[in-house]
Write a protein that binds this ligand. Structure first.
Ligand code: PMP
Length: 339
């Protein structure tokens, strides 16, 4: 059946991205904000929700608010329907089909998928070899999903320095707010660096889909063209602006809470002789053999975390401590039934 389907060869064989997402009593599987969104963002949604008109073409008001938040002029910013959309638009804008996209594995699972959807060849690679991989696009995620690792700034600078004139470097800072470490200060000295970010994590707007990228205006203009008009809905733009202005204190308070709970979760896991990887994000990765079966047994107990098999481990989103206590109980029980 597949062979007779219309469409591009190499595209048909890509599977639909569909991780287990069925509802669960406690869901700490997707690194979103366990406390919801800032009340100011929720209130702003109601004001525009009834409008029958299209949103603004390129979310200029959101860019202005992001400009104040990041300290960059609006011409250095593009937005999109989640940073998924921004990453996909960037790949489409800045590469030719057949080019290679190099990334340090394991990383955000959508990257090799976006590469293939755009006709690129995904190439896993060591960080030190990224620039000489010959790939057109080099992707670095810091803090990295799913490991939580903060990539050394010096190593990123070395990649930027050794990259050739036709290579573009994307640094994905989806989890920036949980560590405060960024490379956006390098944008003015590197016109081939694009930094992507999201409002899905610290800002609690995953359901509204708001992402953005920062880069040299010439690079940003190319990504914006590929992103196209009307990509951020009017409701999402209003909520995004409110979260970045009146909602900022709420956001900062919940980042602080996340970090306190993350450190407590790390300690609890160490106490169980399950040393997790150090985390600079709002999740913790626990290397664990048999992770798929253990996650399934945890789900049977009403707790969803994300299992990975390469490397084997569980990724647990940091939320309210009462929920994390239930995660630990379910983990203890699941390990004893799976052993
Ligand atoms: N980058 C990374 C590293 C992520 O983990 C995610 C979401 N899990 C995204 C980008 C995409 O986020 P969104 O589309 O919600 O902005």
């Amino acid at each position: 059946m597949r062979a007779s389907m219309p469409g591009r060869a190499g595209y048909r064989d890509i599977d639909l991205y569909a991780p287990e997402r069925s509802p669960c009593r406690i869901d700490l599987s997707d690194n979103t904000n366990a406390w919801g969104m800032p009340p100011a963002a929720r209130a702003a949604m109601d004001v525009v929700a009834g409008s029958p008109r299209y949103p603004s073409l390129y979310a200029e008001e959101l860019k202005r608010a992001l400009g104040v938040y990041t300290g960059m002029p609006p011409a250095w910013i593009t937005t999109g329907c989640g940073s998924d959309d921004v990453l996909d638009s960037a790949i489409r804008a800045l590469t030719e089909p057949g080019d290679r996209l190099a990334y340090v594995a394991p990383t955000f699972p959508m990257i090799p998928i976006f590469a293939r959807l755009n006709g690129l060849v995904p190439v896993p690679c060591a960080l030190k070899d990224l620039a000489r991989s010959g790939a057109r696009l080099l992707y670095i995620c810091s803090p990295n999903n799913p490991t939580g690792e903060l990539v050394d700034r010096g190593a990123i600078k070395r990649v930027l320095k050794s990259a050739s004139a036709d290579q573009v470097i994307i640094v994905d800072e989806a989890y920036f707010e949980f560590c405060g470490t960024t490379v956006i200060d390098l944008l003015r000295s590197c016109d081939r660096l694009l930094v992507t970010r999201t409002m899905s994590k610290a800002f609690g707007l995953a359901g509204l889909r708001v992402g953005y990228a920062l880069g040299n205006p010439a690079l940003i203009a190319e990504v914006e063209k590929s992103r196209g008009p009307y990509k951020v809905s009017a409701v999402a733009e209003a909520a995004g602006v409110a979260a970045l202005t009146d909602g900022l204190d709420w956001v900062r308070k919940h980042i602080a809470r996340t970090i306190v709970n993350r450190e407590r979760l790390l300690e609890e896991l160490c106490r169980r002789r399950l040393p997790p990887l150090p985390s600079a994000a709002n999740f913790v990765f626990v290397p664990l053999a048999g992770s798929i079966a253990i996650a399934r047994a945890m789900r049977d107990r009403g707790v969803a975390v994300r299992a990975f098999d390469e490397p084997a481990g569980l990724r647990i989103t940091v939320g309210e401590w009462s929920d994390l206590a239930d995660v630990l109980t379910a983990l203890d029980e699941a390990r004893s039934v799976c052993s």
